[in-house]
Write a protein that binds this ligand. Structure first.
Ligand SMILES: Cc1cc2nc3c(=O)[nH]c(=O)nc-3n(C[C@H](O)[C@H](O)[C@H](O)COP(=O)(O)OP(=O)(O)OC[C@H]3O[C@@H](n4cnc5c(N)ncnc54)[C@H](O)[C@@H]3O)c2cc1C
Ligand code: HEM
Length: 422
């Protein structure tokens, strides 16, 4: 299925024109595909279609692939994120036929007469080269899922408020069978019916270390964008799924859940004992709870330093306090930007400001160790700021892992921006 030298040249020659019209490709390709294959609306995040994030992400990957078609090894680590996302959403090899057809049709519309029969053949081959890499990796992952390759029904067994707008859902499988192990940091997708009629899925990090009887996810209400005037503050475009989960889902109700997936994890199968630095903001705390709990259970002496920032209440506050009491090797630095009357310095918080790594001693983020691993999760700008700070103080980019709670294009741009330090 590889391209001849001539075909590689044909594909590469069209990339600048396709890049220039990337927005048009993104919008027409998905619009046509989803109107002619409405069943695919159940797979795609409706909001990411409206704001163009997902179509842009897919087109960008394909064009980058085409531009570097003679040297694709750089792309391989990036495929991991896509394949994990695809597998957590139940994407199948037959879906690639549909996507390929509409994508190449959109390329044809943009290129016009430049889409000669030879270019069409070359592009079709190029698409399938990439698609086969993804399909191959996804088949391997589905095999590891041992039969749980679609949605599995879970009962909501318990809902616990973790702070004003953050709730944990304890999910027990309806079939009563033992739950497969996952690596701390990974997520599941949750699928629900939305009022518009179709199904929508979102990812939620597992917020508890693996247990065979339940999984726990922790959901923050997405209020939407704030609009305020001199008298009041209101919100528009509230998040679809998080608000339904929090306002309408009750104990005993059923949720469709996917097999755990994700490439942001601590590899517990690796015998490493290097210190861990967990840096989280807001609801980015969720994968960190799973990582801390899993490590303190299996490697109770491992050094962990957790830096967390919340605007107000810190979710899982009591639990974190308990971990600190029980494990001298577990230290925390808590930043809170808005204090309540009940807050006490050095007890419920350490610094009354947004997270600022400069306020933490180098030892507390293991800067001199040389081998520590860094896990960061929070808003995009926050993660960029934290990574830049660490890299500028000598931490190797390869020792930093980031989890972005959104999809696509920014994730790719973002990795490039941070890792190449531009
Ligand atoms: C790997 C991963 C792990 C995650 N883990 C967690 C977790 O542990 N906990 C957690 O709470 N979340 C987590 N998330 C985020 C979660 O998946 C959802 O994105 C989040 O709950 C918001 O979903 P929603 O359906 O409520 O909002 P959506 O409806 O998807 O809306 C998202 C945003 O888009 C805006 N929006 C809505 N409509 C429009 C429009 N027409 N135009 C422009 N903007 C619009 C909304 O205001 C909102 O801010 C994770 C995401 C990923 C990718
Ligand atoms: C070569 C083909 C493909 C490429 C390059 C590709 C690329 C991508 C990328 C870059 C993402 C974003 C990952 C992230 O950062 O979260 C993504 C997500 C996704 N992809 Fe694909 N994809 C391909 C094929 C498909 C197919 C065949 C389907 C199914 C019809 C599909 C459905 C999805 C869905 C539903 C998401 C998540 C969307 C969201 O959350 O907004 N993709 N893909």
């Amino acid at each position: 299925m590889s391209l001849t030298y001539q075909q590689q040249k044909l594909v590469k020659a069209t990339v600048p024109a396709l890049r220039e019209h990337g927005e048009k490709i993104s919008s027409t390709f998905y619009k046509t595909m989803l109107s002619e294959h409405p069943e695919l609306n159940d797979y795609f995040n409706a909001v990411n279609q409206k704001n163009g994030r997902q179509p842009r992400a897919l087109t960008a990957v394909i064009l980058n692939f085409a531009a570097n078609i003679s040297n694709i090894s750089e792309l391989i680590p990036k495929l991991e994120r896509m394949c994990n996302k695809h597998c957590s959403l139940g994407i199948r090899p037959e879906h690639y036929e549909v996507v390929g057809q509409y994508l190449i049709q959109a390329f044809g519309e943009v290129l016009g007469p430049a889409m000669t029969p030879e270019v069409l053949v070359a592009w079709t081959k190029a698409y399938w080269m990439l698609a086969k890499m993804l399909i191959g990796r996804e088949q391997q992952m589905y095999k590891d899922f041992e039969g749980w390759t679609s949605w599995r029904k879970f009962n909501i067994d318990r809902i616990v408020s973790e702070s004003d707008d953050i709730y944990s859902f304890y999910l027990v499988p309806q079939d009563g069978k033992r739950l497969p192990a996952f690596l701390p940091g990974q997520y599941v997708s949750v699928q629900i019916q939305v009022p518009e009629g179709n199904l929508q899925s979102r990812q939620y990090s597992l917020s508890e270390a693996w247990r065979e009887d339940y999984y726990r996810i922790t959901v923050k209400r997405d209020e939407g964008s704030a609009y305020s005037n001199s008298v009041s503050k209101s919100y528009f475009n509230p998040g679809l799924v998080s608000n339904i989960l929090i306002d309408q889902m009750t104990v005993g109700m059923v949720l469709n859940v996917s097999h755990p997936a994700g490439e942001f994890f601590l590899d517990l199968n690796n015998s490493s004992n290097v210190p861990l630095v967990l840096i989280s903001a807001g609801v980015g705390i969720t994968p960190m709870v799973a990582i801390a709990n899993a490590v303190l259970k299996s490697q109770p002496d491992r050094q962990i330093s957790w830096v967390h920032g919340s605007r107000k209440a810190v979710p899982f506050e009591q639990h974190i306090t308990q971990l600190r009491k029980n494990h001298p090797n577990f230290r925390t630095t808590i930043f809170k930007s808005q204090l309540a009357q009940s807050d006490t310095a050095s007890v419920t918080y350490d610094h009354n400001t947004r997270i600022d790594l400069a306020k933490i001693s180098p030892e507390d983020v293991f800067l001199h160790h040389g081998g520590a691993e860094y896990f960061i999760c929070g808003p995009e700008d926050f993660m960029i700021e934290m990574s830049r700070n660490l890299i500028s103080r000598g931490v190797l980019a390869s020792r930093i892992k980031l989890e972005l709670f959104t999809t696509g294009d920014l994730a790719l741009k973002f990795n490039k921006k941070v890792m190449h330090n531009v």
